[in-house]
Ligand binder design. Structure first.
Ligand code: ADP
Length: 661
């Protein structure tokens, strides 16, 4: 047992040793009392300050610095330190009167007595004058890491005990300073419920020596709010390369995730709104087209009843106004679809030669009252069959030719289809529409392809139109990989050209030999007076379709609902069916499917779906149900004729299909 006196001796001896060590160590050590007077100062401190230790004891540190003429000595608020704030790694360069510099890194803490009351300050300084540059780099790096917003940085020993962290981590953990984390484990921090799994991660990294990356984690921070972080853990090594713990960096991605979520929700909402808009458009278009069908059809029926000159003029006005209205409905619908990003382009094989002929023929009547000649020149080397979206090509051709006719009072409108470039596998089809009309001022040539742009509208309303056609055409052409351009001389005329790059397959090349459209009614069909089954519930539409079909010398049976249609089909012998899609009992798609269930010849009957729904998906629904083609209402006499010709003509598509297959 050691006696009390000898224990005191031991203590005193240790104190003396300690004092000797302190006096001789390289770091600066200064103890100040509450008045900032020096209680103790070691040799290193005295040397750097160029003081004699005995002469400075009990003197005020700040006043001494001032007297020594130091530029830039350390300044600090002693009250804050006495209250518990610790100054760490505070670098300060003070300059002697002879310009000699010393850069010291200070750590200043309070001194507490046995009762834990502060009685002074302890200043420990490390002279880094010789390694200033390197230290500055480390310091900069350290402060970047410490203050980097969003970057969470912490390191632990092999037992997952925290050794240090940066400000973001301290804030997340609700700690007042980074030093507070030292000695704590995750069990002492707000995310203690996850501490076990973090410890497992730490152990895995320590044992494998390999980093663990992109660990996404949801944790509740000290402020009670959930945070999503993504962390990377690497082994922490000492100078010899031994793994002494883990070093982690993490990024707070809560805001990013919230923004991602908000974007997703906004996108979903926009998609729902777009869907609603598209549905509305489909309904509106259907609702507008149904009465249009009746108006245009009735005008057609009236035309067949030997009208007087005056009546004929009235009917023409109705027809022209209806056509204008229909084209406007189509433009608005297309425009809205393009705006909603729902542009639908399909790709099918069709006869461009027939299509251009049909378009020119259908526009011919517009020239009845003006001295304008409308002609088509389809060059011999241009293939007839190509693969593109035929409806869109027709729409573009109608738009350009209509404009040419509209803006030309006398002279000529020429449509030419040529093939300027042709290789074995591909070709370029060029459609040019040239007129001798009013022309376009050169400074307006670019603008006319922008929506709602009309050259004339700025000062007069001589011509009808909404200024949408060319903008829609341009977008459609570009969606099909083509291009459009114009040249024009004001007062002399304009020339619009469209080019489409086309891939040619052998099949398409062979098709060129097929006969062209024969507009002679007598030669239209392979069968004389074909027997048609018309499935249509609406009385007005029945009248319109019947009248148009009778005009083409067809015999017609009408079914007003699906059941009746199936019955008539079972009992009769038909050459073709026109099936309206919207029927009261069984819809036209179901009727089509039922008919396709038949075996043998009967099942091969051409079925043409009739619908006022114009979206691509509606067409696809019809084709998927078994229809061979789709005609949208209002039924245009030319389109009806073309379709009948295609399916019942002398060399109908069915037969061509068989040859190809
Ligand atoms: P609109 O329905 O007004 O015809 P478009 O987009 O088709 O809309 O045409 C836009 C404008 O371009 C027209 O209003 C007209 O000013 C001009 N334009 C188009 N084609 C011709 C043409 N062949 N001759 C003269 N001007 C034309």
């Amino acid at each position: 047992m050691i006696l009390k006196s000898s224990r005191n001796q031991l203590k005193n001896s240790i104190r003396r040793t300690f004092s000797v060590l302190l006096q001789n160590c390289n770091d600066l050590v200064i103890c100040l009392d509450l008045d900032l007077c020096i209680i103790e100062c070691n040799n290193a401190a005295a040397k750097v300050h160029r003081w004699k230790r005995d002469e400075v004891l009990n003197k005020n540190y700040m006043e001494l610095c001032l007297k020594s003429g130091f530029t830039n000595p350390i300044s600090f608020d002693p009250n804050k330190i006495l209250l518990g704030k610790k100054i760490t790694n505070h670098a300060c360069t003070f300059i002697h009167t002879d310009k000699t510099e010393h850069t010291i890194v200070w750590t200043i803490t309070r001194l507490l007595n046995d009762k834990k009351e502060p009685y002074g300050l302890l200043m420990v300084g490390h002279d880094i004058t010789d390694i200033k540059e390197a230290w500055a780099q480390v310091y900069h790096l350290d402060s970047i890491i410490k203050h980097a917003p969003g970057l969470i940085y912490y390191w632990k020993d092999r037992n997952s005990v925290h050794l240090g962290c940066n400000n973001s981590f301290a804030e997340l953990a609700g700690l007042k300073s980074c030093e507070e984390v030292v000695g704590k484990t995750d069990f002492d921090l707000p995310w203690k419920s996850q501490a076990d799994s973090y410890r497992k991660d730490d152990q895995q990294v320590i044992e494998s020596g390999k980093p663990k990356s992109n660990i996404e984690d949801l944790l509740i921070a000290a402020d009670g709010k959930p945070r999503i972080v993504v962390a990377n853990k690497v082994p922490l090594r000492d100078i010899e390369g031994n793994i002494v713990g883990t070093l982690s960096t993490a990024a707070d991605i809560t805001q990013l995730k919230e923004a991602e979520q908000a974007t997703l929700e906004a996108k979903n909402k926009a998609e729902i709104a777009n869907q609603a808009k598209a549905n509305f458009l489909a309904t509106m278009s259907h609702e507008l087209r149904t009465p249009m069908n009746a108006i245009m059809g009735m005008a057609q029926i009236l035309l067949r009843q030997n009208p007087t000159q005056e009546q004929q003029e009235c009917i023409d006005i109705i027809r022209n106004a209806s056509l204008g209205l229909l084209s406007l409905i189509n433009d608005i619908l297309d425009f809205a679809r393009l705006e909603a990003g729902r542009l639908e382009i399909s790709s099918e094989r069709f006869n461009l030669y027939e299509l251009t002929h049909a378009v020119i023929t259908s526009l011919q009547h517009q020239l009845d009252h003006k001295p304008v000649k409308l002609s088509l020149n389809y060059s011999d080397d241009t293939p007839h069959y190509i693969i593109l979206d035929s409806r869109r090509v027709r729409q573009i051709l109608i738009n350009l030719t209509n404009n040419a006719v509209k803006f030309t009072q006398e002279g000529e409108v020429k449509v030419s289809v040529t093939c300027p470039e042709q290789t074995k596998n591909s070709t370029t089809i060029r459609i040019t529409v040239t007129d001798t009309g009013i022309g376009i001022p050169s400074d307006k040539l670019e603008q006319i392809f922008e929506r709602f742009t009309q050259v004339e509208s700025q000062y007069s309303r001589r011509f009808e139109g909404a200024g949408l056609g060319l903008s829609i055409s341009k977008q459609l052409i570009e969606a099909m990989g083509g291009s459009i351009g114009v040249s024009s001389i004001l007062g002399e005329g304009s020339s619009f050209w469209v080019e489409f790059p086309i891939k040619i397959s052998d099949q398409i090349a062979k098709q060129n030999t097929l006969p062209i459209l024969d507009s002679d009614k007598a030669n239209l069909f392979a069968i004389k007076n074909p027997q048609i089954l018309l499935i249509e519930d609406n009385l007005l539409n029945q009248m319109v379709a019947k009248s148009l079909l009778e005009e083409l010398d067809c015999r017609i049976n009408i079914a007003s609902n699906g059941k009746q249609a199936l019955q008539l089909f079972a009992d009769g012998n038909y050459d073709l069916i026109f099936a309206d899609i919207g029927l009261p009992d069984m819809d036209g798609l179901t009727v089509t499917k039922e008919i396709r269930k038949y075996k043998g010849e009967k099942a091969n009957i051409p079925i043409i779906a009739l619908t006022a729904h114009v979206l691509q998906e509606d067409r696809e629904n019809c084709l998927n149900a078994g229809a061979d083609a789709v005609i949208t209402k209002p039924i245009m006499p030319e389109e009806l004729k073309m379709t009948l010709k295609r399916w019942l003509g002398k060399k109908s598509v069915k037969k061509v299909k068989l040859i190809l297959d």
